[in-house]
Design a binder for this molecule. Structure first.
Ligand SMILES: Cc1ncc(COP(=O)(O)O)c(C=O)c1O
Length: 353
């Protein structure tokens, strides 16, 4: 029996929704597969996943990649030329957590515009879009994120997407959406994912994270874009053979996301409400909009490292996101009992400090 299966000693991992475990149905789907080669486009479940992605997002085509990071890199490489600029929000994953891939892979530089709780400053966007001149780099792409800020999970309003697209069209600049948590955004807005996707030229979403499949990302857009994306995926080493391992659970995730994500959001709100009332703790992203709780620990009460260590000793894992902050992400594999136990551990840790 593994450490995570042992009753009271079971670890509760709230560092990310990537800690989610596949459902029995996902594992059964993998066992039932006959594996074929996706580079030859012969794998049935991968082809079905591409089809389902197009239906859900309203796009012409899609491609499976191993990770959200690879999809983001491919998208930027496909839309831009070296020497151009990408406009994005300062907290974006693509800016901060992809090993400078935009510079190294695409040869572009970034220009940030302010984003307030997921709402992009469209005045700043209009100001910062640039045409090429002798000294100025042309804007090649606007890169958005859903949910915005992986430490807060903010939701961009539909009107903001609309305004961004209008401005982008006026300047003939494409818009890409890193929708690692697109379905969380769609649920929070109460819309189908395609109502968000219609405002951008291409979008990626992660099959793991809240959707709960073990691995993979879908990159979707026009046929011409995806054709280019397939070649870039191959160049980066992301072309894969027996992708049914990823696609079969992914297909199930796409069928079941509504209930899973609704439960995660409710759980995050409950956790936030409870912890915010503890002296020494502040939920900094209240009201919590999706499945991410950003928690500040008063340094006068306890240092952040001591807080994290004390929680690990109690079997609870949270992620450090700053000198006085951690994040907690709710997901299907952290049950109501687990969250109750985690909140109690956090309260006891702070009260006994
Ligand atoms: C907003 C955002 N984009 C992209 C990624 C990258 O996804 P992956 O870990 O699959 O590369 C993440 C991962 O957490 C993310 O939060």
């Amino acid at each position: 029996m593994s450490a995570t299966d042992q009753g009271e000693t079971r670890h509760i991992d709230l560092r990310s929704d990537t800690a989610i475990q596949p459902t029995p149905a996902m594992l059964e789907a993998v066992q039932a597969l006959g594996f074929r080669d996706d580079l030859l486009r012969e794998d049935e479940s991968t082809n079905a996943l591409v089809q389902q992605t197009c239906t859900v997002l309203g796009t012409a085509d899609a491609v499976l990649t191993p990770s959200g990071t690879m999809s983001n890199q491919i998208a930027v490489m496909a839309f831009t030329s070296p020497g151009e600029e990408v406009i994005l929000g300062p907290a974006s994953h693509v800016r901060n957590l992809e090993s400078a891939g935009l510079a190294a892979n695409a040869g572009v530089q970034i220009r940030c515009i302010p984003v307030d709780r997921g709402t992009y400053d469209t005045d700043a966007l209009a100001r910062e879009l640039r045409a090429s001149s002798l000294q100025v780099a042309r804007t090649g792409l606007i890169s958005l994120e859903a949910t915005y800020d992986l430490n807060s999970g903010f939701v961009t309003p539909l009107e903001n997407y609309r305004d961004i697209r209008r401005i982008a069209d006026e300047h003939d600049v494409p818009v890409f959406l890193d929708g690692a948590r697109l379905f969380n955004s769609a649920h929070a807005l109460g819309v189908d994912p395609r109502e968000i996707a219609q405002h951008v030229h291409a979008v990626q979403f992660c099959l793991n994270k809240g959707l709960g499949a073990p691995l993979g990302s879908m990159l979707a857009g026009s046929q011409a874009f995806i054709e280019r994306a397939r070649r870039l995926r191959q160049r980066l080493g992301g072309g894969m053979r027996h992708t049914g391992w990823l696609a079969a659970p992914g297909l199930i995730a796409l069928q079941e996301w509504q209930d899973t994500i609704a439960a995660d959001h409710r759980a995050a709100q409950q956790v936030a409400e409870r912890l915010d009332s503890v002296v020494g703790l502040t939920v900094v992203n209240r009201p919590v909009e999706t499945n991410i709780v950003s928690l500040q620990v008063d340094p006068a009460v306890l240092s952040i490292d001591a807080f994290i260590e004390a929680l690990i000793a109690r079997g609870v894992y949270v992620k450090r996101i700053g000198d006085d902050r951690v994040r907690l992400v709710t997901h299907r594999s952290a049950s109501t009992d687990d969250l109750e136990r985690a909140c109690t551990a956090i309260e006891q840790t702070v009260r006994s400090a």
